[in-house]
Design a binder for this molecule. Structure first.
Ligand code: PFF
Length: 452
């Protein structure tokens, strides 16, 4: 470990950990569902463009803040501030991100708990405990409480161990497993009738739809959520990167992995939806709109797996383990954000901070579970539709307007000599200064208009 606060021991360790944060339920659940509800391939096309032209630059801004500050989100931003006013602004941005990361974890833990319950269900059923298996798949209060608690304990177990022993070690194990499982399932789905129709819907864009405002805005929102932007998470992960590393290429690789896994997940889920439709499950209406809704993963896929006999149990188990793994590498990044703040700013011991913050977040999960119909949707809207866009926009404003160009360049030059001649340096500073805040403001205003 290079210093007392911890650092990723290797390049691949960082890439897998940051990609682990980015890749989660948003990629494997959110992206295919959004694709299916927003015109299939047209959405994929727009998503890919926006992920690289807007989300990647904003993602780089957060990584750069962290790598420069080598500290938690608030301290890092305050190191860039010169006046008292800027320091206060820095606190709002950094702490805002920490609050939203914690809020996201409180509902993410519930959804991930549901994934876990669907993973154990086929195992319990195969052993012969039918009534317990039935209880596990029905979304009861007690089921949600138990599995959310279980998932939070797993997250805590990893976080308590710190950067190298916890986050890096587990991301290195879990991420390759995730990719392998995904590829196996794609190969499997392509052996089934109806899959080719799904492939066509996924890869053959209707270009007349690509400029639809709703499609554009959903794609942008999805890209931000997917790259964990606006939660201070990437500031923290950036702070664990050594000054010897080339930040631009690291950031690009993580973005590429995140987008590729979303793409792979679509390659699995969209054809699987068509297979299910072929088998008589009502997924699309006659006009092509999605009947199954956002919980499609939890209703349609188990139905599909059920129709496969014994193989179906194995496929169901594999798929939901994959979802749990993806959620776990994201949840550890969310918990690391408040924990590192408590450790560095308030001198908490790491284990104690993890336990206390984990318990508080779990209490919020319990409140949400107690009135899941109303509170789950509300928490998702507050954190992802309001919180993330605002914090991401403020972080871009910080880098673009408060930080001096020469300081940005100096930070980028570490581990990347000659960056001043690169295309990145010619474009990116302008992007974060003008294009990113404007684009994020457009998304945010859209959400405001929609909610009023
Ligand atoms: N990027 C994660 C996903 O796609 O599921 C979600 C996420 C992780 C959001 C970490 C926010 C965060 F801080």
């Amino acid at each position: 470990m290079a210093n007392a606060r911890g650092e990723f021991s290797s390049r691949i360790g960082f890439i897998l950990a940051a990609a682990g944060s980015a890749v989660g339920l948003g990629n494997i659940w959110g992206f295919p569902t959004q694709t299916a509800s927003n015109g299939g391939a047209a959405f994929v096309f727009v998503y890919l463009i926006l992920a690289f032209t807007l989300a990647y630059p904003a993602f780089m801004a957060e990584l750069l803040i962290g790598r420069y500050g080598q500290a938690n989100a608030v301290t890092s931003l305050q190191k860039m501030s010169k006046t008292l006013l800027q320091k206060r602004f820095a606190f709002i941005v950094g702490f805002g991100g920490i609050i939203f990361a914690s809020l996201i974890l409180s509902f993410y833990g519930i959804l991930a708990g549901q994934m876990m319950s669907f993973a154990v269900e086929p195992v319990i059923r195969t052993i012969g405990f039918e009534s317990i298996a039935d209880w596990v798949v029905v979304g009861s209060l007690s089921r949600n409480l138990l599995f959310t608690a279980f998932f939070m304990c797993l997250t805590l177990y990893i976080i308590k161990k710190g950067v190298q022993e916890g986050i890096e070690k587990w991301s290195k194990r879990l991420m390759p497993l995730l990719i392998m499982l995904l590829i196996c399932l794609i190969i499997y789905v392509f052996t089934l009738d109806g899959a080719s129709l799904g492939l066509k819907a996924y890869l053959n864009p209707d270009f007349s739809r690509v400029l639809e405002p709703n499609l554009l805005i959903s794609a942008l929102g999805q890209a931000f959520f997917s790259l964990s932007i606006g939660t201070s998470t990437m500031v923290i992960y950036g702070s664990y990167i050594s000054k010897k590393e080339n930040l631009i290429s690291l950031g690009a690789q993580v973005t590429l992995i995140d987008v590729s896994i979303a793409f792979l997940a679509g390659l699995l889920i969209i054809p699987a939806m068509y297979v299910a439709q072929h088998q008589g499950v009502a997924i699309f209406a006659a006009d092509g709109s999605l009947i199954a809704g956002p919980s499609m993963v939890l209703t349609v896929l188990p139905a599909l797996f059920d129709g496969m006999g014994v193989v179906g149990s194995v496929v169901a188990f594999t798929f939901f383990v994959l979802m749990t793994v993806a959620a776990l590498t994201s949840s550890i990044s969310m918990l690391e954000t408040p924990v590192s703040y408590a450790v560095e700013r308030h001198n908490f011991e790491r284990k104690k901070a993890s336990m206390i913050i984990g318990a508080v977040i779990f209490m919020i999960s319990v409140i949400i579970i107690s009135n899941i119909e109303e509170l789950l949707g509300l928490a998702i809207v507050i954190a992802t539709e309001y919180g993330q866009p605002i914090v991401a926009m403020l972080a871009c404003i910080f880098v673009g307007w408060i930080w001096h160009r020469s300081e940005i360049l100096k930070e980028l030059q570490q581990g990347n000599a000659g960056v001043e001649h690169s295309l990145f340096w010619k474009i990116w500073p302008w992007y974060v200064k003008f294009v990113c805040p404007t684009a994020i403001a457009i998304v945010f205003i859209h959400f405001l208009n929609r909610s009023i």
